[in-house]
Design a protein around this ligand. Structure first.
Ligand SMILES: Cc1cc2nc3c(=O)[nH]c(=O)nc-3n(C[C@H](O)[C@H](O)[C@H](O)COP(=O)(O)OP(=O)(O)OC[C@H]3O[C@@H](n4cnc5c(N)ncnc54)[C@H](O)[C@@H]3O)c2cc1C
Length: 367
């Protein structure tokens, strides 16, 4: 139908923006080349925070904090509406010190950032706060406890979003690959796919790591590139670990039913999504160090996903500089699950001409 808004890509970014537009009364059609929610969004850990939030520039902080204010409401609405629980949970995160960092265990920058951003933080000793864990050399070093850090179970969030889009009248067309564009005078006329052409009022590219490829010459100066991340999944007894534990880029994420995720690598491997024995060994060793129960015996999964990488982790959420009805919502890099809802609000406001909650200039598409 010609009065639809066409969303390209059915990952967390495409599904969330479609869901938001439907709530605002728009008609929406998603075009997805495979099945929705099976790429990076599925692979993600679902931690709802930048790993060390003080390491990122203000546009990342603004967008993640905005999203985090809205997310508990969305998770509850989805649970009630679809019967699928995205398992939103403020489990907290324990950040162990990076001994190679010149700041060591003083955390001055972190403490200042948390005070400025009213982000709850407490200095703790890991062996006292988490007596069941081993922590090795970190046991008696002071660490940071961030109680407000939450998580969702990404595959369940995606499942709920997809059902919600369909329940709200959105159309999802899977196994349809976008291959090109038909442009008119300052506007997109239609999008070309391997299953025919689709036209609409507006077009949103939300194709993750593949966004640049899809945009082709219309990408201009956007810098979005694949960044491989590998993750391990363990199954242990429930209650062994309650909070996310983080040390120098490595984390453990506990689910309530005894699954524990250990991740993740950050690799430049182009569009290669294969898993590697090196990464498996490296992640296994680090996981075992914190929780000896995590061994080959309890390992039940190993996968890789391609993040849509971007400089400084700042996504592009913007209208095209030349084409009026052409939008991009991509480049969420390590924090797409965290940023999805905030990004969906910003982009929907642009299309529906509603006011923005804060300055969106940092997310602009540059010529
Ligand atoms: C190992 C790992 C751990 C992560 N952990 C976290 C975390 O804890 N917290 C967090 O917030 N984020 C995390 N992330 C990052 C997060 O998963 C991503 O930022 C997010 O999933 C990006 O969503 P997306 O919808 O843009 O991309 P994707 O989920 O990749 O979706 C893009 C979609 O576009 C489709 N597509 C591509 N080309 C075409 C085409 N030509 N035509 C039609 N459709 C097309 C794809 O099939 C895909 O379904 C992690 C990522 C990885 C890999």
């Amino acid at each position: 139908m010609a009065d639809d808004i066409v969303v390209i890509g059915g990952g967390v970014i495409g599904l969330t923006v479609a869901n938001e537009l439907l709530r605002l009364g728009a008609k929406v059609r998603i075009l997805e080349r495979n099945y929705c929610g099976k790429e990076s969004s599925w692979a993600g850990g679902g931690i709802l925070s930048p790993l060390l939030p003080w390491d990122y520039p203000d546009p990342v902080t603004e967008l993640t904090q905005f999203s985090n204010r809205l997310l508990p409401g969305l998770a509850e609405t989805l649970r009630q509406e679809t019967g699928v629980d995205p398992e939103y949970r403020a489990c907290g995160m324990l950040a162990l010190p990076d001994m190679n960092n010149k700041e060591g265990t003083k955390f001055i920058g972190a403490k200042n950032w948390c005070a400025r951003n009213t982000f709850p933080l407490k200095e703790v000793y890991p062996n006292e706060a988490f007596p069941k864990l081993t922590f090795g050399e970190f046991a008696d070093k002071s660490a940071l406890w961030l109680p407000s850090v939450a998580q969702v179970r990404s595959p369940r969030l995606l499942q709920a979003l997809k059902i919600s889009v369909e329940l709200s009248g959105g159309s999802i067309i899977e196994h349809t690959k976008v291959t090109g564009w038909r442009m008119g005078q300052g506007r997109v006329e239609s999008v070309i796919t391997d299953g025919g052409e689709y036209s609409g009022t507006d077009y949103i590219v939300a194709a993750g790591a593949w966004s640049r490829e899809i945009l082709d010459k219309y990408a201009l100066k956007i810098n979005i590139y694949p960044v491989r991340g590998q993750m391990l999944l363990f199954k242990v007894e429930t209650g062994l670990l309650d909070a996310v534990v983080l040390q120098n880029g490595f984390y453990l994420i506990p689910r309530q039913d005894g699954y524990i995720l250990a991740g993740s690598t950050v690799e430049d491997a182009g569009f290669d999504k294969n898993i590697t024995t090196d990464a498996r060994k490296q992640l296994l060793e680090r996981a075992h160090k914190f929780l000896p129960e995590l061994t080959e015996r309890t390992l039940v999964g190993h996968w890789a996903g391609l993040r849509p990488g971007s400089p400084e982790n700042i996504p592009v959420i913007s209208r095209h500089p030349t084409f009026d009805n052409f939008y991009l919502n991509s480049g969420h890099h390590r924090y797409g699950v965290t940023m999805a809802l905030g990004s969906a609000h910003l982009l929907s406001n642009m299309i529906m001409k509603n006011p923005q909650p804060f300055d969106v200039a940092p997310y602009k598409w540059h010529v």
